[in-house]
Design a protein around this ligand. Structure first.
Ligand code: SPD
Length: 272
């Protein structure tokens, strides 16, 4: 019997992938967690019916989310990863030798356990002694944030379920208080094609709190529309000013991408 998985986009389109097996299904306190295997995309992590990553294209997403923020920050000793329970962002952050501590605040302990079992090429990063995992709601964590971070990576799920409160003005106001001077925040910013309203709203929040913003898009083939938006914000210029070198072994991001990236005009208009 043939098995196919479909993620629907606004009930008008979708992506259908032929899957060879359904490796895992569970319901955590926060969401439904599924893992599929497929010939086209390798293993696939699905939360509440939405694709979070596939083994084939996750490097494009994680490299674009992490590296521009890391090379442009003044320092990278202390990094906060929000969400990121699969370990992909932590793996990329660990490629910088000057990183001393990575705090991962992931609300759902079960996502981490499932990823440790099915996605070791990402979640092995959690075994580093530099990594501290905190299973807590980030909105709660940043309320009394005593620590200041050099880089904050928002590797969150979509604005439904547990991540809904992360797409609000109040969240960015509080998050800004946790950023050290000269620091950068990188935000996975959803689809500029299917989530226009949300993207516009996010850019208006960011403009309120951060004087400097740089946007990137990257082709994440398993995500809605196949084109994903990333926002990089800071209190100072983030226009390709490198403070350290990129790691050598990257497969999608290079110095040229970071320095010379130019946003397609239709997305520039959306964000204006
Ligand atoms: N629609 C997919 C959005 C998922 C963004 N986060 C994925 C987490 C991968 N580390």
């Amino acid at each position: 019997m043939e098995l196919w998985f479909t993620e629907k986009y606004n009930d008008v389109a979708g992506l259908t992938i032929r899957v060879s097996s359904h490796l895992h299904h569970s319901k955590s306190n926060f969401q439904e967690i599924d893992v599929f295997d497929s010939q086209g995309f390798g293993r696939i992590l699905v939360l509440d019916g939405l694709i979070m990553l596939t083994e084939r294209d996750e490097f494009i997403y994680h490299e674009t989310l992490v590296h521009p923020a890391m090379v442009m920050a003044d320092r990278v000793e202390k990094v906060l990863v929000v969400g990121g329970g699969d370990g992909g962002s932590t793996r990329e952050v660990l490629k910088y030798s000057d990183v001393e501590k990575i705090t991962v605040v992931e609300i759902d302990r079960e996502v981490i356990e499932v990823c440790r079992k099915f996605f070791p090429s990402l979640s092995d990063s959690f075994s580093s002694e530099k990594v501290q995992i905190i299973n807590r709601d980030i909105t709660d964590y940043i309320k009394n944030c005593s620590e200041k971070y050099d880089v904050i990576i928002l590797d969150t799920s979509d604005p439904v379920g547990p991540a809904k409160s992360l797409y609000t003005e109040d969240f960015y106001r509080k998050l800004n208080n946790c950023l050290d001077k000269g620091g950068t925040i990188s935000i996975q910013s959803e689809s500029p094609w299917w989530q226009e309203t949300m993207v516009k709203q996010l850019s208006s929040f960011l403009k309120k709190f951060f004087p400097h913003t740089k946007y990137y898009t990257a082709p994440v083939l398993s995500y809605p529309g196949g084109l994903w938006l990333f926002s990089l914000v800071s209190e100072r210029e983030v226009n390709g000013n490198f403070n350290r070198e990129l790691p050598e072994e990257l497969k999608f991001v290079d110095a040229d991408f970071i320095k010379n990236y130019s946003l397609p005009p239709f997305i520039r208009d959306l964000l204006a």
